[in-house]
Design a protein around this ligand. Structure first.
Ligand code: AHG
Ligand code: MN
Ligand code: MN
Length: 333
């Protein structure tokens, strides 16, 4: 079989469809290289002294793990000097990170969740990195947080890496979704799946059911109907999976369908869910839509939400189209 590397794919895509300008191609290659470095650190585990908690909290008040900080640093350092970016923003940094003056400034802005699924790091369960790419607004001089506050429809690229039994990179630039597997011996990303498509129907769902008592009625109704199986209103049995790493759950959905939910609930009525819009929900929604799936916050398409702050949270219903549509309709009922 002919092996197509990430580099060859990007260059051919640039030539054929003109969908990837040279600067964006460089950006994607640099992020992919950073993910390779993170994968290496993850793979070392205890041998690399990367497990366990750091002594710090992030802006969301969550205890940071060592790997959260290491991955954040790897992405920052890899992306600072290439001249392709104007600024970066991350789950692990309260404020945006403009490119230092000593480097040239590019026209793109990068957002990331450096390490998704932090609670799984120390127990050797799949974790990942999520990223989203926006264009700097026309005429921007010094980047500010405001420049990042663009709806997900404006993303020019999005992707994620999963550090699991294999390390994979899933990527979209708005022209379908492709998957690359890291060849660890060669150190290169090789295309292993082309034009991924999520089936519209599914018999698999993902939700942290330990929060059931806090759910709002539309979510309770939807999940109860799934649980009722063949003799219930859906007249079909459903299976449940919850990895507690959104990247890994969405990767499964991309491969065999499913619906992933992290709803808002009554635990913290002021917070619209747990996941963050700009570097978790938006990139995943872009990828899933590009693969024929759907993503809403229960009321509207995630990609249409106008962000108000960098770290804002959002409820997420994402995956197989018909199931996302159904649970969204229950919210309107
Ligand atoms: P992060 O590790 O970046 O903070 O994100 C974790 C998120 C998401 O990946 C996962 O689906 C969810 O939190 C798990 O939440 P529970 O702990 O409620 O299961
Ligand atoms: Mn995350
Ligand atoms: Mn994270």
């Amino acid at each position: 079989m002919k092996r197509i590397s990430l580099t060859q794919y990007l260059i051919e895509e640039q030539r054929l469809n003109n969908s990837i300008p040279a600067e964006l191609r460089l950006l994607i290659e640099v992020v992919a290289r950073a993910c390779k470095t993170i994968s290496h650190a993850v793979g070392k585990g205890a041998l690399g002294d990367v497990l366990g908690a750091a002594d710090t909290e992030n802006v969301q008040g969550e205890i940071q793990k060592k790997l959260d900080i290491i991955s954040n640093e790897i992405l920052l350092q890899a992306n600072e000097w290439g001249g392709h970016l104007a600024a970066m923003a991350s789950e692990e940094m309260e404020t945006i990170h403009p490119i230092p003056n000593r480097y040239p400034m590019g026209e793109y802005m990068l957002l990331f969740d450096p390490l998704d699924g932090s609670s799984n790091i120390d127990v050797n369960v799949s974790i990942g990195t999520i990223f989203s790419v926006l264009k700097a607004p026309e005429g921007m001089a010094t980047p500010t947080e405001k420049d990042f506050l663009q709806p997900g429809t404006r993303q020019v690229a999005a992707g994620y890496a999963v550090y699991g039994p294999q390390t994979v990179l899933v990527l979209t630039t708005g022209n379908g979704v492709n998957c690359f597997t890291l060849d660890r011996e060669m150190g290169s990303w090789i295309m292993t799946q082309r034009a991924l498509q999520i089936p519209a129907d599914t018999a698999e769902y993902s939700i942290n059911a330990s929060n059931a008592r806090h759910w709002y009625p539309p979510v309770t109704r939807y999940v109860k109907e799934l649980e009722a199986g063949k003799t219930g209103p859906r007249e079909k049995n459903f299976n449940m999976r919850w990895i507690a790493s959104m990247v890994a759950d969405v990767h499964r959905i991309l491969n065999r369908g499913g619906i992933f939910m992290y709803p808002a609930d009554a635990r913290e009525p002021d917070k619209p869910g747990k996941l963050r819009l700009m570097y978790e929900a938006n990139p995943m929604a872009f990828i899933v839509e590009q693969a024929g799936g759907a993503a809403t916050d229960g009321k509207m398409r995630i990609l249409d939400i106008q962000p108000i702050t960098l770290h804002q949270r959002v409820a997420v219903f994402i995956g197989s189209r018909n199931e996302v549509q159904r649970v969204t309709e229950y919210h309107a009922a």
